[in-house]
Ligand binder design. Structure first.
Ligand SMILES: Cc1cc2nc3c(=O)[nH]c(=O)nc-3n(C[C@H](O)[C@H](O)[C@H](O)COP(=O)(O)OP(=O)(O)OC[C@H]3O[C@@H](n4cnc5c(N)ncnc54)[C@H](O)[C@@H]3O)c2cc1C
Length: 304
């Protein structure tokens, strides 16, 4: 397998913490930067054919990597070529970062992606979990989903075929898509955008960023993986954690944020073990007091 990858981009024992927004995680035995769809497909195929465990990494914004790291190959997806088509379609490789993509769409007057400003994600990660955001402004108070602008995707299927699929195939739901159920890899995505008024889009972005800045701990100072637990309809996982008095509670350097109780932050040297202990404490206290089981939303990757 190693022989099939570009040696200059293949690293050994690469610490993974730096590639996650939590800044937590031990080393990957092998680590490869895939810079195009062909490269990504090639790396995944090489791992599959040689039966090496692999993990496709985006921005690492929805995962907790274990302290012992990952036995196998981590493929970091940095593919980011894109093409805006005249009719509002945008073809983009799946490693493109939403924060870089959104301003380009907005400046061209194409609307649909601006709602997701301020959320750390690659296009692949966004499709994997159907990226969403409850837009705060009174006029648009509903949850927006990336599925709404999704037209098609080129996948490397579980069976090893490159195939273009439509929205039905993706089975988008809340926090989920078909990529959760089978090991398809998103290589590139085509979004369908609408002509939009730049001033309106700028206002939406400003409102969303202001809301986020006020309600969430700032990632620059408090590394996190966003919400830890899945939403409990009509109740709110964060509210339950708050009500059992856990805001600010710590295990080592992992802390339940004072600002948002469903977000755990890394105060500097937090380990995956610290975070797992904090998760267990929150689950135990909430279950005992309210009878709700808090289910983690983040992925647990590698060895703990
Ligand atoms: C501060 C903060 C705020 C957040 N706010 C929100 C929010 O408002 N709304 C929201 O929905 N989420 C939010 N999140 C969660 C996170 O941003 C999303 O889950 C995001 O889509 C993760 O993308 P990623 O590229 O980082 O994926 P990663 O975390 O790198 O990977 C997540 C999963 O996706 C899989 N994956 C990645 N790329 C591909 C691909 N090309 N093909 C197949 N599988 C792939 C990975 O294998 C992994 O299983 C937030 C996170 C943080 C840290």
């Amino acid at each position: 397998m190693v022989a099939r990858l570009d040696a200059a981009r293949l690293k050994r024992d690469e610490a993974l913490a730096q590639y996650t927004t939590f800044r937590i995680g031990g080393p990957a035995d092998l680590f490869y930067d895939a810079t195009s769809t062909d490269d990504l497909a090639g790396a995944v195929t090489a791992a599959r054919e040689t039966e090496v465990d692999y993990f496709v990494l985006g921005l690492g914004a929805n995962i907790l990597v274990g302290d012992k790291g990952f036995r196998g190959l981590v493929i970091r997806n940095t593919s980011h070529h894109l093409q805006f088509l005249e009719d509002g379609r945008l073809w983009v490789e799946s490693g493109a970062i939403m924060a870089k993509l959104i301003p380009q769409a907005v400046e061209r007057g194409w609307s649909g992606l601006e709602h997701y400003v301020g959320i750390p994600s690659t296009v692949g990660g966004a499709v994997w979990q159907n990226l969403h955001f409850l837009s705060p402004a009174p006029a648009r108070e509903r949850t927006m989903f990336i599925a709404e602008v999704f037209e098609s995707a080129e996948l490397l299927t579980e069976r090893g075929k490159r195939q273009t699929v439509d929205r039905d195939y993706m089975q988008f739901g809340y926090d989920t898509s078909t990529l959760h159920k089978q090991r398809d890899v998103a290589l590139a995505v085509t979004f369908r955008l609408e002509p939009g008024d730049k001033a309106v889009m700028h206002r939406i972005m400003q409102e969303n960023l202001s809301w986020r800045g006020a309600k969430h701990p700032w990632l620059e100072y408090h590394p996190s993986a966003g919400s830890i637990f899945k939403k409990i309809e009509g109740v709110g996982a964060g509210r339950l954690i708050d009500e059992v008095g856990l805001k600010g509670f710590r295990h080592g350097d992992a802390q339940i944020s004072h600002i948002h109780a469903n977000i755990m932050v890394n105060l500097g040297k937090a380990t995956a073990k610290d975070v797992r202990e904090l998760i267990a404490t929150a689950q135990e206290k909430v279950e005992k007091r309210f009878g709700y089981h808090l289910e983690p939303e983040i992925g647990f990757i590698g060895e703990f």
